[in-house]
Design a protein around this ligand. Sequence first.
Ligand code: FAD
Length: 458
Amino acid sequence: MKFSSDVYAVDTYDLVVCGGGASGICAAVTASRLGLSVALIERSGTLGGTMTGGGVCHLLGGRRWDNEKHKMIREVGGLFDEITDELIRRGKAIDPDNINVDYNPHGWYPRMGAGVPCDIEALKLYLDELILKENINLFFFTTVIGTDVADKKIVRIFASDQRGIRAFEAKSFIDATGDAQIAYLSSAPTLKGRDGDHLMTPATLIAHIDNVDIDEYVRYQNEHQSPKLVEIINDLKEKGIWKFPFEILLSIALNDKDVCMLNTERLIKVDGTDPGSLSASMVEGRKENAELLELLRKYFPGFRNARLRWTAERVGIRESRRIDGRAYVTLEDAENGREYDDAVIRTTYNFDLPDPLRPSFDPMLGSVNHPDTRRRHTSIYAPYGVMLPKNIDNIIVSGRCISVCREVLGPMRVTGPVMMAGQAAGIACAIAKEENTDLSLLDGRKVTLKLRAMGLKI
Ligand SMILES: Cc1cc2nc3c(=O)[nH]c(=O)nc-3n(C[C@H](O)[C@H](O)[C@H](O)COP(=O)(O)OP(=O)(O)OC[C@H]3O[C@@H](n4cnc5c(N)ncnc54)[C@H](O)[C@@H]3O)c2cc1C
C-alpha cells in the first residue's frame, strides 16, 4: 500500500515500535536503553493497551505460587519486576508476597493470587513517565495503516493522524499491535482461530465496579470453597434467571479496597480484526455488564450495593491473528517442556484459552465443575523464530500474536511472558543494528544470552 503523494512528513529512526501495550512498551524501553533511536506509535491516547484501555490492570505471569515452598516465586524478572515493584513502592499495586493466599480478595485461589492488581490511573501515569524518561519519541493518536515493502523489507510504514498521513522509516520494525497488524499489512502469512471454522476464544468487555463488600464476598468463597460462585449461578440458571452463555463469576479486588475488576462476561464469535464485529461487541458488552451487575446486586454475596464505575474503552481480545512464523511451538512441545538454545520467551502460567462457543469450558483444563487436572507443567519456552514472520526480513512480532499453536497461546498471552517477548524484540533490534544484519538472519542465541544478562528468567 503506498500513499506517497499524501504524506505530510517522513521521520527516520533506528527502530519503530507499533503498538504501546505491555509488549510494545517493553520493546521500546529495552531498545532505547541499548542505544537505539526509537519511535513508539500508539493509536489511542494511553499506554498499556489491554492493561489500561482494556481495563486488565491485574498483571499475571510474573509470579507463581509454589505450593511446596509455600511462597511466591518471581518468574519473569526484567521490566515486569521493574514496573510492578515501582507501583508497589508508590502504594499503587498489591504486592502478592504480602497476601494470604488462603483468604485472598485479589483472586482467591493461588493462580490468580499470583497476579499484581494495580491502580489503573497510577499505571497509566507511570508508563508515560517511563517512556519519556527513556527519550522515546511517542506518537499517540497515530494508527499504522499501511507498509511499503521492497526486497522482503519494510522500507517505511504509513500512519494516519489528525494532520493526514505520516511516514516512518527505520532499519527495524516491531509489530506489537496484538493483532499482527503490521505483518498482515505487509502480506506476511498469518493464522486466525482454530482450524476449520477459525473461531477464536471469547472476548470480554472489562468493567470496574466499586462499593463491593469484599470481606463478605471472600468469606462466602472460603466457606463454600467456591472461587467462581458456580453453585449460585447454577441455581439461577435452573430458575431461568441467568441467561448468559458463561457460568462463572470472576471479580478481582484492585488496589482500592472496595473496587473490583469484573472479568466475567464472555462475548462469543467476536473477531478482533473485524471492525463490524468489534463495534457490535462494545454495544453488547456494555449491555451485558449492566444486566450482570443487576443480578450481582440481587443474588451474590458482597455485591448488594455495588456500582458501575467504568467499562473499558476497548473490548478485551484474548486471541486474534498469530503470525505463521519461521518457528512454531506445538502443544506437544509445550507439554513436554521442550527447551531451545535460542529460547526468548518462557512462561509458567497455566493453559487458559476457553472454548470459542462454551466460554466456561477450557479444552485444556475442563470445566469448573469437572476440571481436568492432568496437565501439569512448570515452564513452556518459545524460540526466537516464533517472533519472525515469513517473507519479511526486518520485522519482529511480539506480544500475543506470536507463532504458537492456539493451546500454547493460553499460557503465552498474559502480561509476564508478553513483556519478556517485548524485551527480546528490543534486544534483537539492537543486535541487528550492531551487527548490521537483518532480524531474520540474526542468531537468536545472542538474544537469549542478553536477556539473561539483563536479569530475565529464561
Ligand atoms: C479480557 C481479558 C482479560 C485478561 N486478563 C488478564 C489478567 O488477568 N492478567 C494478565 O496478565 N493478562 C490478562 N489478559 C491478557 C493480557 O492482558 C494481554 O494479552 C496482554 O496485555 C497483551 O499485550 P500486547 O502488548 O501483546 O497487546 P495489547 O495490549 O493489545 O496492545 C497492543 C497495542 O497496539 C495498539 N495498536 C493496535 N493496532 C495498532 C495500529 N495499527 N497502529 C497503532 N497502534 C495500534 C493498540 O491500541 C494497543 O495499545 C487478559 C486479556 C483479556 C483480553
